[in-house]
Design a protein around this ligand. Structure first.
Ligand code: ADP
Ligand code: MG
Length: 380
């Protein structure tokens, strides 16, 4: 990728610049916990964005996207917002840097990526954090990684119409090779845990479906959680978010809330605990327990939180049958990928059989993405 970018840079802009890169992300466990003030547990992956960048001495940004084979030029005022969706991510990063008092000198850039788009691996966060990091470095702005993550998140909010949380940009900025990051979504405290599953592979199976239910169901789930938390708070005023509650406190209000709200809350409180259990297991290098927790999360998302779908359940069930160590739906649900922790010796057979049986059952192909936990935003 680097050679292709560089040769394009030379033909497009003349003399070469500096290389920066960033990454997409996975979330090992901790799903639907973010808006409940709980933990998520993401890591950056070996798929990302790479860019060659050079200040051009003007007030303009000139971009070339290798993947889209397209150029865009824009100025740095709010009114200069480009029409192309992909360029808005970079324009947004420039604007959000300026809003934070950072300097953004005009620059030329050629970039490309290998994060599959819209597959739940956050190619958009990879793009934002690559440019946020590069602009900060080239202009000596001195913003910290946390501020760079915020710049990416605000870009999504203010320039791309996506009201996302901080996890994706956080993972993409803070990611380190062989380490996952446990992020407390309430306090934003974070801690690294080793993830070096020797003898195992991490592989995502993309169902390539997105069921319509997703956004309305998301709002219903949120409301259930808020109602359950409010009921618990009556007995335990310290409960601000559902994740603050103990399981027994939920049991105390069982007859005060609906059965539906109860099982949603049961999932969330269980999931917060599973993140902690997975962190303990990783410190012992116990990947079998990690895998078991992944299956429990899948069960919870499917049966209690009810955000799975036939395609995802099919893949998780097949994984279990083939004695794959761990498998679960990753992301909000109703489609997208399963994330699988697979022993090396089972890997080929599992991926082949999953692809065959999935096609036979649903009539279309799935996609396979191998991932390794890797470094996030950086200068090359
Ligand atoms: P994801 O879940 O992958 O983040 P999004 O819809 O949030 O999906 O972001 C995908 C968008 O990000 C693309 O439509 C494109 O505008 C931009 N993008 C991501 N990767 C690239 C790339 N390699 N080149 C150009 N634009 C990209
Ligand atoms: Mg995105």
């Amino acid at each position: 990728m680097k050679e292709k970018i560089h040769s394009k840079f030379l033909s497009q802009f003349g003399e070469g610049g500096v290389f920066y890169a960033s990454a997409g992300r996975i979330n090992l466990i901790g799903e639907h916990t973010d808006y409940n003030g709980g933990y998520v547990f993401p890591g950056a992956i070996d798929k990302g964005i790479m860019a060659e960048i050079k200040p051009n001495g003007t007030e303009k940004v000139r971009l070339y996207s290798l993947d889209y084979d397209a150029s865009v030029i824009f100025g740095l005022e709010e009114a200069d917002k480009p029409a192309e969706a992909w360029a808005r991510y970079i324009f947004g990063v420039c604007r959000e840097t300026i809003k934070r008092g950072g300097k953004v000198a005009g620059f030329d850039a050629v970039f490309a990526g290998d994060v599959p788009l819209g597959a739940g691996l956050s190619s958009s966060a990879a793009l934002e954090s690559c440019f946020a990091f590069a602009i900060n470095d080239l202009n000596h702005n001195g913003l910290d990684l946390f501020e760079l993550a915020r710049i990416g998140q605000s870009t999504e909010h203010n320039y791309c119409g996506v009201k996302c949380g901080i996890m994706d940009q956080f993972a993409s900025c803070f990611g380190k090779k062989g380490q996952l990051i446990r992020l407390n979504c309430k306090t934003l405290e974070h801690q690294y845990f080793p993830f070096n599953p020797e003898g195992y592979k991490l592989v995502l199976l993309d169902t390539c479906v997105k069921h319509e239910l997703a956004s309305s169901a998301y709002n219903y789930r949120r409301q259930s959680c808020e109602r359950a938390a409010a009921a618990i708070k009556q007995n335990h005023p310290e409960v601000e978010f559902l994740s603050d509650s103990k399981r027994v406190w939920l049991d105390e209000v069982r007859d005060k809330i609906t059965e539906e709200d109860f099982i949603r809350a049961e999932y969330v409180i269980g999931e917060v605990q599973r993140v902690l259990d997975v962190c303990d297991a990783l410190e012992r290098g116990d990947y079998e327990t990690v895998g078991e927790m992944m299956y429990q999360t899948h069960f919870g998302l499917s049966r209690l939180y009810e955000v799975s779908c036939p395609e995802l359940d099919f893949l998780a069930k097949l994984a279990r049958k083939m004695e794959v160590t761990g498998s679960r739906v990753m992301g909000g649900g109703f489609g997208g990928c399963t994330i699988n922790l697979v022993k090396d010796e089972l890997y080929e057979g599992f991926v082949r059989k999953a692809a065959e049986e999935f096609k036979a059952e649903f009539g279309h192909e799935l996609k396979v993405y191998d991932v390794v936990i890797s470094d996030g935003a950086r200068k090359l």
